[in-house]
Design a protein around this ligand. Sequence first.
Ligand code: 0R9
Length: 661
Amino acid sequence: MASQTYGAGNIQVLEGLEAVRMRPGMYIGTTSSRGLHHLLWEIVDNAIDEASNGFASEVQVTLHKDGSASVFDNGRGMPVDTHPTMGVPGVQVIFTVLHAGGKFNNENYAYSGGLHGVGASVVNALSRWLSVDVFLNWTHYRMDFTSEFDPKTGKVEAGKPSGPLQILGNTRKRGTLVRFLPDDAIFEDTRFNGEQVARRLQELAYLNKGIKITFTDERVPDASARVRTFCYDGGITDYVQYLNAGKNALHPEVIYMEGARDQIICRAAIQYTDGFNESLFSYVNNINTPEGGSHETGFKAAFTKCLNDYARRTGLLKEKDSNLAGEDFREGLSCVLTTMVKNPQFEGQTKGRLGNSEVRPVVEAIITQQMTDWLDNLKNQETATAIVTKAIRAAQAREAARKARDNSRRASALEAAPLVGKLSSCTGRKWEDNELFIVEGDSAGGSAKQGRDRRFQAILPLRGKPLNVEKKHLDQVLANEEFRSLITALGTSIGESFSLDSLKYGKVIILSDADQDGAHIRAILLTFFFRYMRELITAGHVYIGMPPLYKVQKGNKTIYAYDDKELSKATKAAGKGYTLQRYKGLGEMNPEQLWETTMDPSQRKLMRVSIEDAALVDRLTTILMGDKVEPRRDYISEHADFNRPDDFELPPDQQAAREGA
Ligand code: 0R9
């Protein structure tokens, strides 16, 4: 025992919070906005842990006007009694000793956040100040911490207690309240993104059935929009229904499965739609695993096997038929899969894949058992038959697509020229430097061809509106000429056979008009990339070009304005006697203008397309591109403002200016 006290544990104690300030990246990954939000998630995770362990029913998160954030849970209250070896109150240990929370409480917090779990002390170290209020045993305790410059040592003292633990009085409340102000000396930007916070809290509410999460953004001017409450008694069942809003469900009730074995808990909720896409969202300890992993593998294996067995048992698949593929059974499937695992190992480039191999057989066994029970139930026969029938049709379409792809491969080998006939390629040999502009309309395409720098810019003009792939099978997509040209130009193939390694361009830039038609074309192309070449987006290759909306001219001086704010600046700067031109389409610009405003890397604006939250994007593409009109109209009228300058990537110099401003 004694040797343990003086072992690794002691080293951690000696390592002060200053180490965190020296290398914040080592603890929170980055000091960008993502890292900033990490601080909040750390505290929120601790509150959710207290609730999901059954000790709290409510979590309240508030973004305050002074830039600080606070989190409250109505749980047991952090321990305030004196720590046996450190001789200071428990709260003090939690907020001043690295890794303390986990260290003396591994058993109780079996499933706490693997990715975020850096400890509350890291949040303290990276905050200008932090306060914790504990409501426990009818007593209100409080402790304050600050990170301040100490003139005596010439260093910043990180997260030091401002004084001893205080007793402020009596209370009938129970719980813990933590409030902190992220240090602007550490973070590039200390403003929390209210939408991002709301989205994650909603996700946590779905994943943790019955917990009431209240989010208050005090910075919002409109009082009626300040407070939002998320609470879902149906948990992930409600989540699936939310994902399927705007889709046509194949069966009214969500199928729910749950089980636990070897300290692994697994839950799944599924519902089929009449669509063609697979939407599977998996989580481990409340953390999204977009790259899948052992839990997903186990789920898919069980799911495919159970349904194939069922199809044979019931004669839907005949003896001569071969088994259906997993992807056939997942066509039109919306599924949320969550697992709780003791020591999760996250792997992959973005740490988005679960590595623990022991999880696969457990999930497989739980799903097999639950799925078999469901399929054996008489009242589910109609739905089960519909699922298998749909999968059989999917298999037929997959076969047709394979043939079409073979044909187009053969065709492209024989007559590559006609297939990419519309493409004006570039001469550069370094794929990373090359750019493919997908341009709306032949006339703009013509200007782009003449205006471009042909050494690294290729142009693919699109005639009219491309096919809306949201409503189409892969074989139909492959039969479409516009998409065939695009796929051939990119060189990556598509769907299952997509390969990023064969990509011929570092940037794929969508260039469409700044009007409704242009927005529609953009949405169609993004839907196509999202459904069939998702890696192209996640690897950061897809961009949206931003043509200017206005030209302000005075004498021989020209200013281009990309939104209304810039326009009013430009007209003010120009003073009296300027001429104003409003561009209605790309086609109105001559080649030089198009180059100057939209294509020249040193002057243009590009927006990089990212998938921060695949579940959200999935829901949105369905709402915006699917065939239900109502949800689309509602969404558009609710989010009418697409003028979001923060999402745009400016040329390097302007970017610096914007951040300075
Ligand atoms: C506002 C955010 N909430 C928290 O950070 C929070 C941590 C926490 C907690 C306990 C209760 N509520 C909490 N809220 C707790 C845990 C235990 C015993 N008493 C109270 C226990 O695990 O046995 N704690 C989280 C870690 C610790 N407490 C501990 F390590 F100090 F015990």
